[in-house]
Design a protein around this ligand. Structure first.
Ligand SMILES: Nc1ncnc2c1ncn2[C@@H]1O[C@H](COP(=O)(O)OP(=O)(O)OP(=O)(O)O)[C@@H](O)[C@H]1O
Ligand SMILES: [Mg+2]
Length: 298
């Protein structure tokens, strides 16, 4: 909503598109599932772009999840980054030009009526409880606020192309190194993070990485159990409570039944707070400092 209203605080830096997209490759592949093939093509010599990297990752993930939802029977997801050659009158001027990041799917596409409404806040054709209809309005707001544009092209049965046009920059690409400095004293640990919502999982994983830790991600209790059994060195498990299939509480029980005493942090929504379980809990939404504190206590 804030993005749509252009009131979001953005932290823009010079970002390398190749590194950002390839850094997301695993996350995208696990979010779209095994029935969707994913390819990433980045033109050589592409300039850096001036954006809020976290918001751009969220926008791209939102578009990939839309693409997945449009390809229930499987398909191809292509992410293509090129120097923007077109001329869009809606674009503000930028001396360095623009970069286009297109997310192209082979899904069901949209008829003209749906396409016209798609970026409106709360417009969704998904069943109640599945879509909020805020994904594309957030992407649109982000692109506009960044000084770029967002284009959606589609027709029924022909797939969809969602294109982010973002301002290029000649600024030097900054290293994330400085941000990490305050946390350098903290020991780096490997955490297993369990959440069925890819966006939430990505947010928490980003926080953990910012704190200097390594993260293994699981999208279900079942996947978490497999990872726990097959990987060594997992310092602690951070699990969401409300998940389909196996809840956080059931996962904790299964882990304890397996004989493992690995420390577990249960992340709960407001409605499910203060669940009567013998593990520390953290209520959503939480800030970096709160997560850091909870991990120290753990
Ligand atoms: N790649 C796509 N292919 C076909 N239809 C799409 C695609 N992307 C978006 N749409 C249509 O536009 C609508 C709005 O998309 P938007 O991302 O804003 O919301 P949503 O996906 O329904 O819900 P949310 O993203 O909040 O979970 C979708 O419900 C769908 O009808
Ligand atoms: Mg969406």
């Amino acid at each position: 909503m804030l993005g749509f209203a252009r009131k979001q605080a953005l932290v823009t830096t010079a970002v390398d598109v190749h590194d950002l997209l390839h850094g997301m490759a695993d996350l995208i592949a696990s979010s779209v599932g095994s029935t969707v093939g994913v390819s990433i093509e980045v033109s050589d010599g592409l300039p850096a772009i001036l954006v809020d990297a976290n918001q751009l990752e969220l926008a791209i993930l939102n578009l990939c999840i839309n693409a997945k939802d449009a390809m229930t029977g499987g398909g191809q997801l292509k992410i293509v980054a090129t120097k923007f050659a077109g001329s869009a009158t809606r674009l503000p001027s930028n001396d360095q030009g623009f970069v286009s990041i297109a997310i192209i799917d082979t899904g069901i596409g949209m008829d003209a009526e749906t396409l016209a409404k798609a970026i409106e806040p709360f417009f969704s054709t998904k069943e109640v409880g599945k879509g909020t209809g805020l994904g594309l309005s957030m992407v649109h707001g982000f692109a506009a606020q960044t000084g770029g544009a967002f284009n959606l092209t589609s027709s029924a049965g022909q797939g969809t192309t969602a294109e982010l046009i973002l301002p290029a920059t000649s600024k030097q690409i900054e290293n994330a190194g400085n941000e990490m400095e305050s946390h350098l004293n903290a020991q780096s640990s490997l955490f297993l993070l369990v959440d069925d919502e890819p966006l939430v999982r990505m947010g928490t994983a980003d926080m953990l990485e910012e704190l200097g830790h390594e993260v293994l991600e699981a999208n279900s209790g079942a996947e978490a159990l497999t990872l726990l059994a097959s990987r060594t060195g997992i310092k602690a498990v951070i699990t969401d409570y409300t998940m389909p299939g196996m809840t956080g509480a059931e996962l904790i029980q299964r882990i304890r039944e397996s004989g493992s005493q690995v420390p577990i942090l249960l992340v709960t929504g407001y409605a499910a707070r203060d669940i009567d379980l013998d593990v520390p809990q953290l209520t959503k939404p939480f800030r970096l400092a709160e997560l850091e504190q909870a991990l120290e206590a753990l």
